[in-house]
Write a protein that binds this ligand. Structure first.
Ligand SMILES: *[C@@H]1O[C@H](CO)[C@@H](O)[C@H](O)[C@H]1NC(C)=O
Ligand SMILES: *[C@@H]1O[C@H](CO)[C@@H](O)[C@H](O)[C@H]1NC(C)=O
Ligand SMILES: *[C@@H]1O[C@H](CO)[C@@H](O)[C@H](O)[C@H]1NC(C)=O
Length: 428
């Protein structure tokens, strides 16, 4: 490559001596635009085309994103056809085998391998991704958020199937800036290890690079609603603030933090023992597991002694992920935090971290209790697994990510969303 470039330069030089120095300037500038992909304006080879996405080519994504019911009906029928069902089955082996030719994997899957703008290059992000199954969802998510200037820590549950952890290690090995967490845990639903997994990634990310500006935690069934550039712009607009759910603690959930809990046989159980009040009389707030926080917030989590005490105190509470981050967000002096007064309370719908549809809050717009329209996909643990019919609603929001998506439930929802994001990323 370099040899070729040099011989080209030689040729050009000779040519230039002949035609005069003015044309040399012109030719060299031409050469520059041809050789450095970062300076061209069209990256059409990075567009997702129907053959890359497979059999979803029969659906009209732009109509689907506009909520066109005819296109949605067609997509629904397509989803249950044999061809589509078959094509979405990708065995874990496939990723393990791909390690023999990682270059071609990245090309075929159209990963973005250079920063699309200086603005993004100057504002790297750090991600923690917690996974335990469904490797394809993970790979689709990674591909949607991957850029070379960001950094990604992946925590694979210790009790995952061997093929799942091998496939995910294989995918991580393709990229210098994607790594497996140094210390993996057995994640227990609603238990402390779920938080510990994020803490381990936080520590690794903090130590691995001093450059990143914001931390975002994800699980394998999240998907972005924004391009990397849009995320960077929205994060810069936070001016150092954090964006996560943090509200006063509902009295009906007080038991979660007033009784000692323990993990027995992979499940969490409440004991009769009452807990001491929280350290430093910190007001316990309510929130969720997903956060968008500054590097300074992460530094406090790792180094502030008040937060260290809070972490220790939280270890035997129920679902600490749903109050720890929210509480830290109101601790005085934590970078990007807010005062504890309830005027600063922030709901999940106003924070940009995660858009989730809870079954209990779904309903018609004119019904008093409803927060959002009905889920167009299916429910898992009272949370909507989005269908293509939810996309229009999702994209009306400011959130950076939405939860949950599943290729097995609705491959077209993911297909249309990733296509939309890629087109946007290449057009901006
Ligand atoms: C897809 O839908 C859009 C918007 O409804 C429409 O303009 C376009 O013609 C449709 N494309 C195809 C191939 O049907
Ligand atoms: C992976 O490679 C093994 C051994 O070469 C082969 O038996 C298997 O079919 C391959 N799996 C996939 C999904 O390509
Ligand atoms: C940080 O990383 C270095 C290697 O890059 C390692 O030696 C050190 O132990 C790490 N520190 C922590 C606190 O993990």
């Amino acid at each position: 490559m370099r040899l070729l470039k040099r011989s080209w330069l030689c040729l050009l030089l000779k040519l230039a001596i002949a035609v005069g120095s003015l044309s040399l300037v012109f030719l060299v500038s031409q050469l520059n635009t041809d050789w450095a992909p970062g300076f061209t304006h069209k990256y059409s080879w990075l567009e997702y085309t129907a053959d890359v996405g497979g059999p979803e080519k029969g659906c009209n994504c732009s109509a689907i994103l506009q909520g066109d019911w005819k296109a949605l009906e067609r997509a629904k029928i397509l989803t249950i056809t044999k061809d589509v069902r078959k094509s979405i089955q990708i065995p874990d082996d496939y990723y393990i085998n791909a390690t023999t030719d990682c270059r071609s994997f990245k090309l075929r899957r159209k990963y973005i391998m250079f920063p699309l703008s200086k603005e993004e290059e100057d504002f790297p992000l750090a991600f923690s991704i917690i996974v335990h199954h469904k490797v394809q969802n993970f790979e689709r998510l990674l591909r949607a958020i991957y850029v070379p200037q960001n950094i990604y820590c992946v925590h694979v549950d210790k009790k995952s199937k061997a093929s799942v952890s091998s496939a995910i290690s294989a995918i991580a090995s393709f990229f210098p800036n994607v790594f497996l967490v140094s210390q993996a845990d057995n994640v227990v639903y609603a238990g402390w290890p779920r938080v510990q997994a994020d803490l381990n990634c936080m520590a690794d990310l903090y130590n691995a690079s001093t450059k990143w500006k914001y931390f975002i935690n994800l699980c394998g069934q999240d998907f972005p609603l924004k391009t990397n550039l849009e995320m960077v712009r929205m994060l810069r607009a936070l001016r150092g603030g954090n964006s996560l759910e943090s509200e006063s603690f509902p009295p009906e959930k007080k038991w979660r933090v007033s009784y000692v809990h323990q993990i027995i046989n992979g499940g969490i159980q409440r004991t009769n023992k009452t807990k001491d009040p929280p350290p430093f009389n910190l007001p316990i707030m309510s929130g969720n597991a997903y956060i968008v926080v500054s590097r300074g917030y992460v530094r406090s989590v790792l180094k502030d002694r008040r937060i260290h005490a809070l972490i220790e105190w939280s270890k035997d509470t129920y679902s600490p992920d749903e109050h720890l981050w929210a509480t830290i967000q109101r601790v005085p002096g934590v970078p990007g935090s807010k005062w504890p007064h309830r005027k600063y309370d922030m709901s999940d719908l106003n924070a940009i971290a995660r858009l989730v549809k809870w079954e209990a809050h779904e309903g018609l717009e004119d019904s008093m209790g409803a927060v959002y329209p009905e889920c167009k996909g299916t429910h898992v643990r009272q949370i909507c697994v989005y269908g293509a019919g939810d996309l229009q609603w999702l994209l009306e929001h400011n959130h950076l990510f939405a939860n949950k998506f599943d290729v097995d439930t609705d491959p077209i929802a993911i297909f249309c969303l990733e296509k939309y994001l890629r087109q946007k990323a290449l057009a901006d």
